[in-house]
Ligand binder design. Structure first.
Ligand SMILES: [Zn+2]
Ligand SMILES: [Zn+2]
Length: 72
């Protein structure tokens, strides 16, 4: 599998299919495993301060994913 490095607004991650909350558009700069998690972290159009409140955990690469996925 080809590894694609992404870089944006001071954040770096691996994988082109991640959902990035861009600081250039008023986001928090976080990177999420998929678009659904991205939606979850903005319940009222505002980023949550700490994605851990939503039951998410960050990978070593700084990508937020569901705790269940991380356990598996
Ligand atoms: Zn960005
Ligand atoms: Zn955000």
């Amino acid at each position: 599998m080809r590894i694609m490095r992404m870089s944006c607004c001071g954040t770096e991650w691996v994988g082109p299919d991640r959902a990035h909350c861009c600081r250039r558009f008023g986001g928090c700069g976080a990177v999420f495993d998929d678009a659904q998690l991205w939606d979850t972290h903005r319940p009222r159009g505002v980023c949550v301060t700490d994605p851990r409140e939503l039951g998410l955990v960050a990978t070593r690469n700084g990508i937020w994913q569901r705790a269940l996925d991380a356990a598996g």
